[in-house]
Design a protein around this ligand. Structure first.
Ligand code: 13P
Ligand code: SF4
Length: 374
């Protein structure tokens, strides 16, 4: 598969970072809030419950955020899920305010799908290396070089990049969408995650060119160390998110989105699993599978930097204090230009219609017919 040239992402520490509130290693860039004490935690949760009620709000959390934000979302009638279900849930829920704990593209997707709702996030600086590594001007120029290709972009992108796409996908539906487009004879321009694009290309055989982005978390998983760990745990099954490098994916017993990893762990009869995805996922895996053991897949090991801890620094910026403040004051509100939102909504709606159709047994070919490059 051909890839575009690499965009160097400048991982600056977000503006306003305070001393002591960040990871102290040299490569840290995120503003990670300090852990509240048990008393503070109880008080904060009570305050958030009251505010959710007063503000007619619901929590939408990703699997990678702090366990407090996952548990509270479920306790209060919200959801903990992957990026696809987060988008669908926010759109369909009656609440007038959505509090999205995750990263910026998740809040923006919710706002695009529900422009009439208020969408709040604990910290608007929570971003994603894939989004940062795919500026719309360069991506658009790349698309212009390939007018004969259908543009398929991953959800981890800005509203402007989504607006340039024919299709939006998340890791839970990317394979199905590209498969259907390939079967319909379409050539694909993929962006921005090169590992996921590469995986989909290998699985589908589609004619694809790809943007050269990567997730700084999954990119750090190491096949050699994983093989050593597998030798120490010969009965363990290996679960891998497809944003990981190809040699790591090659060792997997199951490859898939966060929800697919969760399903595989519940479905497989093994009692031990090695998990190559963000460590935030371990909370849900352990809660739902009390009799099973989950081991973190190795990253760069002793030679590693802060980049190698297998936890997304931007996901880690979501905290109880920030969430309570957002609800109290309206800080952290997501705004998307309405005209841009309308354009960005087109590929998102296509994805939601495609996945709903597939679930209802509609033939994939008819779900992609007539959409994309000729
Ligand atoms: P999912 O779409 O699987 O939830 O993944 C989102 C993400 O950011 C993974 O790193
Ligand atoms: Fe982006 Fe990776 Fe963080 Fe997911 S884990 S939000 S892909 S940087």
């Amino acid at each position: 598969m051909t890839t575009a040239s690499v965009i160097d992402v400048d991982y600056e520490q977000p503006a306003g970072s305070q001393a002591g509130s960040v990871c102290d290693t040299r490569h840290a860039w995120a503003r990670v809030p300090p852990e509240p004490s048990p008393d503070e935690r109880t008080a904060l949760k009570a305050r958030i419950r009251r505010l959710l009620n007063d503000r007619n709000a619901v929590m939408v959390s990703h699997f990678y955020v702090h366990p407090d934000l996952q548990d509270l979302a479920e306790e209060t009638g919200g959801i903990v899920s992957d990026s696809l279900e987060m988008a669908r849930f926010g759109r369909d829920h009656a609440a007038q305010t959505l509090v999205v704990s995750g990263v910026r593209f998740m809040g923006e997707t919710s706002k695009i799908l529900s422009p009439e709702k208020r969408v709040l996030m604990p910290d608007l600086d929570a971003n994603c290396s894939l989004d940062l590594g795919c500026p719309v001007e360069q991506f658009s120029a790349f698309c212009d070089q390939h007018p004969d290709r259908t543009v398929v972009v991953y959800a981890n992108t800005s509203a402007a990049v989504k607006a340039r796409a024919d299709w939006l996908v998340t890791s839970s539906c990317a394979l199905d969408v590209v498969n259907a487009l390939h079967a319909a004879g379409q050539k694909i321009l993929w962006g921005p995650d090169r590992h996921l694009g590469d995986y989909i290309q290998r699985q589908t055989g589609a004619d694809m060119v790809s943007w050269n982005g990567a997730c700084i978390v999954h990119d750090e998983f190491k096949a050699l160390e994983l093989e050593l760990l597998m030798k120490q745990h010969p009965k363990a099954r290996v679960l891998v998110h497809p944003e990981s490098p190809a040699d790591v994916i090659a060792l997997a017993d199951a490859v898939g989105s966060t929800s697919a990893i969760l399903n595989a762990a519940q479905r497989m009869d093994a009692t031990e699993f090695i998990v190559a995805t963000d460590t935030g996922m371990l909370h849900k895996l352990r809660t739902l599978n009390p009799g099973k053991t989950f081991i973190e897949a190795p990253t760069a090991g002793n030679g590693g930097t802060c980049k190698s801890c297998a936890h997304c620094p931007w996901m880690a910026m979501n905290g109880l204090v920030e969430l309570a403040n957002a609800l109290e004051t309206g800080a952290g509100e997501i705004h998307v230009d309405p005209a841009l939102g309308l354009r960005a909504r087109v590929p998102i709606d296509r994805m939601l219609a495609f996945t709903a159709g597939l679930k209802n047994g509609v033939a994939p070919g008819s779900l992609v017919a007539g959409i994309g490059a000729a």
